[in-house]
Design a protein around this ligand. Structure first.
Ligand code: LLP
Length: 415
């Protein structure tokens, strides 16, 4: 399901090498580092490609990938809805101007505080439940809004087992039980409008697509057996992006065909929930080298960003490309380099043993595909303030989208 080699030129992917080094250096000069740069034009272009591949679908943006207000604004503007995983995400979607009717709240073991908030603040939202208990708790609250059932398909897909949620019983009711749960919900008077299944995150190659097809078949079976007319079938998110230079971009047409085939005889609208695909290659993380340490093996380039800024390498062993933005990078010899952060953890490695131009103190590095699950998974561990975010918009105009956290923010909530 990989696409021909010329796909890189067709707009399907933006590689780290495609970013303008001068521009990134000047942004770091202006806003400091570490710095996330998010290109909203690219976010919109990514959305348009999905909308074109799935012309009849409602596309909900999975807010968890990047909940920045500028990103939410851009996607709302072009017509996306919002898939939210928490009260916090619902509140940010509402703040960005999404109407409750455009919001799906995917309630995974929802804290009471979250349920209460969403029912109160976004009464028109669709609540997607993944456990019988959640139905009971909604009934206790007199919920009479739109309800969908998340089905646990028993098959997962994705860039690693940690994100193959379709195979994880934590998410959704087993597909065999789903028809019964749907019937029970309808009998209890819930307004059942849809069914949902999410295979996992990072579907990219043919094997991933095969797993995704199984998920689609299972959700189609559930939809056909539903005791009520369904308004929609939501096939989740998971559209992957290439993190490594030798990976080809996702063939959206092949995914669209798989969806069309599986749901051919299901009379319901299609809903998709991409997160990563819309924002990943629209973002980079900039970090400055402050320490160069020769070792017996790879040279260590110590930078001012680490696992608190970009957790994916430490958490999933995820690969992110790193590029030296030093003006004379192409004149330098290359050597084996590991890019390590300032946090007191051995797993604080952004990139291990890469071939890079010999690093020097003061060099700027760009880390690619940082627009999804980057700033969103940042933390204050080691009492590190979270980084600033700059948004590029309208052909590249820049504006500060999120301030660098000041040190005072670390103690602000203490009593
Ligand atoms: N819908 C549901 C119900 C989900 O659970 C997710 C992701 C999505 C949509 C969006 O998936 P996407 O299109 O972004 O793959 N932190 C991990 C990813 C975890 C995703 C969890 N759920 C990472 O950095 O790879």
């Amino acid at each position: 399901m990989t696409t021909p080699a010329d796909a890189a030129d067709s707009g399907d992917v933006r590689r780290l090498a495609d970013w303008d080094a001068d521009r990134l250096r000047s942004l770091a000069g202006e806003y400091g580092s570490p710095l996330y740069v998010q290109d909203l034009d690219r976010v919109r272009a990514n959305y348009e490609r999905v909308a074109a591949a799935f012309p009849d679908a409602d596309v909900l943006y999975a807010v968890k990938a990047n909940a920045g207000g500028s990103v939410l604004d851009a996607l709302r503007d072009v017509g996306a809805g919002a898939e939210c995983a928490s009260a916090g995400e619902v509140s940010r979607a509402l703040a960005a101007g999404f109407q409750p009717g455009e919001i799906h709240y995917t309630a995974v073991n929802p804290p009471a505080r979250d349920l209460d908030y969403v029912l109160d603040a976004a009464p028109g939202a669709t609540v997607v439940v993944g456990a019988r208990d959640t139905l009971d708790r909604l009934e206790e609250r007199g919920f009479d809004g739109r309800l969908a059932l998340r089905v646990h398909p028993g098959v997962g897909a994705g860039h690693s087992d940690e994100v193959a949620t379709g195979a994880d019983a934590k998410f959704g009711v087993p597909h065999d039980d789903a028809p019964g749960v749907l019937a029970g919900a309808a009998e209890r008077g819930f307004d059942v409008v849809g069914v949902h299944a999410h295979a996992g995150s990072g579907i990219l190659d043919a094997a991933d697509l095969d797993s995704h097809r199984e998920v689609l078949d299972r959700i189609a079976t559930v939809a056909r057996s539903a005791p009520v007319d369904l308004e929609f079938v939501d096939v989740g998110g998971g559209l992957g992006v290439p993190y490594r230079p030798d990976e080809r971009p996702l063939d959206l047409g092949a995914v669209a065909n798989a969806v069309r085939t599986a749901l051919a005889d299901v009379d319901a609208d299609l809903v998709l929930e991409p997160g990563r695909y819309l924002v990943a290659d629209a973002g980079v993380l900039l970090a400055e080298v402050n320490t160069v340490k020769p070792t017996g093996g790879a040279t260590l380039a110590g930078v001012d960003a680490g696992m608190t800024d970009l957790l994916r390498p430490a958490l999933y062993d995820a690969h992110h490309e790193v590029r030296s933005l030093a003006p004379d990078a192409s004149d330098r010899d290359t050597e084996r380099v590991s890019v390590v952060g300032p946090i007191c953890e051995s797993t604080d490695v952004l990139a291990a043993d890469r071939s890079l131009p010999a690093p020097a103190r003061g060099d700027l590095f760009a880390v690619g595909n940082a627009g999804a699950y980057g700033v969103e998974m940042a933390s204050n561990y080691n009492s590190r303030p979270r980084p600033a975010v700059v948004a590029l918009d309208g052909g590249g105009d820049d504006r500060l989208a999120r301030e660098r956290e000041p040190l005072e923010s670390l103690t602000r909530l203490e009593r």
